[in-house]
Design a protein around this ligand. Structure first.
Ligand code: ACO
Length: 330
């Protein structure tokens, strides 16, 4: 049995936070943000719009496009670092409820920006082992809930949103996910961290006073490591599978920083036509970034059945992941 990428769906909140808006909040400029990151604006969820709401909307679209009913899904995996609740229940369980599915295996994955591709590796393994037939993989983030809008080094980067896909069993090897590589190196854990709440820093007034509930990033060091790690990771997965970068129809990198995407794309000799960019309009939506980007080219009519996608991502943990797969939808 093989696993195919069957359908895609996504959701972006309607509120736009532009660089001009951020100029009024912190000491920054549209010019600096655009030049250093490629971001023009990002979407921010309403206060009553939570991670599972966005994930459920994206999921419904993906399930419909796969011509399935929610009850056909037998595993729900939600990648997020901004879950509805930090301990329990998992956001996947809440999304299952919002889809009206009452008896299904559901759990979250915590791998920051790499979460969606980690989810693909889980879906692939469950399907190839014969344990599941239709797996819903979601990347959903309300990143604005952990961003300190007084910290100019992070608040300019992140946005909210969700993407989801259905991975289905198939006997046709030609439409199968070719390979997924997912990895981590915890010795860099302090490069990107939300210090609280957790067992290290349970929630106290002191934690709130010190802003430990907000994301902290060693941006420049993360940047350099991202370029190095991603270039190697993508070269390795292409070589392992005997595929040239020119065979790739759509190179869909995690949308963290245009300069990272450009450096990796150039190292792989990717053309502008191959590289998918959404960073200018959504910023970094963490686990949602890759499925939102896939949905973007799908809705623009640029993603056709059988076309080859190369995914690559890097995030907190530190984690990284890549995947090569044909689009198996209509
Ligand atoms: N506006 C104006 N100036 C700023 C801003 C801002 N928003 N932010 C920082 N600066 C200043 C700094 O204070 C510094 O000033 P100094 O030289 O006087 O000290 C200067 O700009 C340069 O700062 P750097 O941090 O060196 O800037 P850099 O070019 O590295 O860009 C950025 C920063 C955009 C954060 C970049 O490092 C980056 O994109 N890092 C990687 C992010 C990433 O890939 N994360 C992983 C995925 S995210 C996840 O997993 C959740």
């Amino acid at each position: 049995m093989f696993a195919k990428f069957h359908s895609i769906g996504a959701y972006a909140p309607s509120n736009v936070l532009s660089n001009a808006d951020l100029e009024k909040m912190v000491d920054t400029s549209d010019e600096w943000i655009l030049k250093r990151t490629g971001i023009r604006e990002r979407r921010i969820a309403n206060s009553d719009e939570v991670t599972s709401d966005m994930g459920a909307i994206a999921s419904k679209i993906a399930i419909k496009r796969a011509k399935l009913e929610p009850q056909d899904i037998d595993l729900i995996v939600c990648a997020t670092v901004t879950p509805d609740y930090f301990n329990m229940p998992s956001t996947a369980c809440i999304i299952a409820d919002k889809l009206g599915v009452r008896d299904v295996q559901a759990f979250d994955i915590s791998a920051a920006c790499s979460g969606f591709v980690y989810g693909l590796s889980v879906a692939k393994a469950f399907i190839e082992s014969g344990m599941k037939k239709h797996v819903l993989v979601i990347g959903a983030e309300k990143f604005s809930s952990i961003v300190d809008y007084r910290d100019r080094t992070t608040c300019i980067l992140f946005g909210d949103g969700a993407g989801a896909c259905v991975i289905s069993a198939t006997e046709d090897r030609s439409e199968a996910i070719i390979d997924v590589n997912a990895s981590a190196d915890g010795s860099y854990a302090d490069f990107l961290v939300t210090p609280a709440p957790g067992s290290v820093n349970p929630l106290t007034q002191k934690v709130l006073d010190e802003g430990l509930n907000f994301v902290k990033m060693r941006g420049n060091e993360t940047f350099k490591l991202a370029v190095k790690t991603l270039t190697k990771d993508v070269r390795d997965i292409l070589k392992k599978n005997g595929i040239n970068s020119s065979d790739i129809d759509h190179f869909i990198p995690h949308q963290a920083n245009y300069r990272i995407i450009k450096a990796v794309g150039d190292a792989l000799k990717m053309t502008e036509r191959q590289v998918v960019l959404t960073i200018q309009k959504y910023g970094n939506t963490s686990a949602a970034s890759i499925p939102m980007a896939i949905n973007d080219i799908y809705e623009a009519g640029r993603l056709k059945r059988g076309e080859l996608m190369l995914l690559d991502t890097f995030g907190g943990g530190l984690t990284w992941a890549s995947a090569i797969l044909p689009f198996g939808g209509d």
